[in-house]
Ligand binder design. Sequence first.
Ligand SMILES: NC(=O)c1ccc[n+]([C@@H]2O[C@H](COP(=O)([O-])OP(=O)(O)OC[C@H]3O[C@@H](n4cnc5c(N)ncnc54)[C@H](OP(=O)(O)O)[C@@H]3O)[C@@H](O)[C@H]2O)c1
Length: 331
Amino acid sequence: MSDVNRQWLLRARPVGMVKESDFERAETPIPSPGPGEVLVRNTHLAFEPAMRGWMEDRPSYIPPVGIGEVMRGMTVGEVVESNLDGFAPGDRVSGMIGWQEYGLGDAGLTKLPPGVEAPLAMSVLAITGLTAYFGMLDLGEPKAGQTVVVSGAAGATGSVAGQIAKIHGCRVVGIAGGADKCSWLTKEAHFDAAIDYKSEDVGARLSELCPDGIHVYFDNVGGEILNEVLARIAQKARVVLCGAISGYNLEETQPGPANYFNLVIQRGRMEGFIVLDYVSRFAEATEKLLGWVQDGSIAWQADVQKGFENAPKTFLRLFEGANTGKQLLEF
Ligand SMILES: NC(=O)c1ccc[n+]([C@@H]2O[C@H](COP(=O)([O-])OP(=O)(O)OC[C@H]3O[C@@H](n4cnc5c(N)ncnc54)[C@H](OP(=O)(O)O)[C@@H]3O)[C@@H](O)[C@H]2O)c1
């Protein structure tokens, strides 16, 4: 084992579209675990669109990453040295160790379930799958026979959210960028229909595919697509605000959706959430999600890029729509 720990630090607060030059490389000695700690050698890093927000110095649900600090991120790795009861060298663990090859963890680390490899442990069974689960079930409250629309539908969160609605007997329409993603949704991921927002008129297609209105909208993108959906909600619709990636790299805040008043006319509800509020129920959700993956009700994809040096480039793929499923990097 080399004695150097390669890291990616936050170099600058991004302005507009996040850039590779907003990050910088560093090399430090590999740390030694203290009492109650383990040393982990990371093998995989997961990327979230929310990281773009963590790079900004503004009030949020989590403190910003400081300039010069290791970029925050969830990893899977192997325990190399342990001073923590219950953890031994060779154990496969996940935790928020960040964009670095080695890091220290404590009792907050989670062991990977037996037989589960990193891509599944970091996607359907991690933050994005859990977000889909609680957002769709607790806020969306899908009922059999209802029409559910999901944006960012071919992504890690959206694909699972749509399939959970399908499991609950809904008709599910996904909105995604490009023919390949739309084809995966209807052929592999159990969606009833898909709209390619890059080549189709989203409003016209929604009217065609949802003639009785939209009962649940799981929104990952915000912006104009949210506005088009609001114009077509059914009575008592639930609009679940999960994310708004279309605005994450804009310098100016987007205006609110012009069609919001339709929530009044249709007695609808629009509600945001942060998955971290559900930590006490993660075990319940993980068990359900694993069962659905094992019985084939949830199809999933992980996009595993390679090479520690490619971390910033891999992060940018989320905003280019280049990722097919959960964006990961294998070191
Ligand atoms: N509330 C929470 O607690 C919580 C937790 C986790 C994630 N989230 C949110 O969930 C959403 C999905 O996250 P994820 O990790 O699953 O990522 P993802 O969907 O796997 O990847 C991001 C996708 O967003 C789409 N996209 C990028 N730029 C876009 C734009 N300008 N307009 C429309 N679509 C765009 C791209 O798909 P296309 O090719 O289809 O454009 C891209 O593949 C994000 O908004 C994220 O912030 C929320």
